[in-house]
Design a protein around this ligand. Sequence first.
Ligand code: NAD
Length: 248
Amino acid sequence: MFDLTGKVAIVTGGSRGIGRAMCEALAEHGARVVVGYASGEEKAREVVSAIEAKGGQAEAFQVDVSNGAQTEERIADVAKRLGRLDVLVANAGISIDGLLLRLRDEDFDRLLSVNLKGAVASSRAAIKVMMRARTGRVILVSSVVGESGNAGQTAYAASKAALLGVTKSLAREYATRGITVNAITPGYIDTDMTAALNDDQKKQIAAAIPLGRTGKPREIAAAAVFLASDEAAYVTGHALRVNGGMYV
Ligand code: NAD
């Protein structure tokens, strides 16, 4: 089950956190993984080395998803060079938190350009290749906050809720081409994105999670492996909650 041997998978923002765990898990299941990074080539190379050390296949590629033209060009190049593209995980994301009255337009624009427009540009590039192959898997990384909302996260929640609309629309648009499009909505996961919270805040968050703890990047990666697999061929337009029961 979940054998990805021979498949090529691109993960944007793959150099750390959830993206890194996804790269490692996809490679463990046999995929050749392309580790996307915006800056910090060294970290991406570390991921590649870790995968290769376990006998997997990986390479790093630079792409800033907020630059739509660059994203489309780079993803097309990778697919051309490797001869195929089976899986895209649009994982790159940022958070800029703050109450609405303090939300600056430029921050809102920046957030949407990475989280929403970046995922759409990545999907467009990948789907162009997948359409020719008449098969493919697109996985968008949304968030529990896109479903539940959260005070202080209007901009972030807007971007992540929008991805759910994108997921459903693309699922309908490309089903006849054999391409499935799904989202994952992680709950609170221990990564750099959430590391800034103090211990009290973390305790409060854990108390609000029915399973009583925060999640691990590997637990999100497992969902990506499933959605990328042949076994998930009949799943499309779905948002898979991996949130410890935080939102049901
Ligand atoms: P992280 O900050 O550790 O990783 C984010 C990744 O995105 C990094 O590799 C970063 O370099 C990359 N990135 C940022 N801007 C980019 C750009 N313009 N172009 C390309 N790459 C860019 O965070 P994470 O927690 O691993 O988050 C991964 C995804 O999961 C994000 O989309 C995030 O919104 C989502 N998410 C995280 C949590 C959580 O609790 N950590 C919860 C729900 C959803």
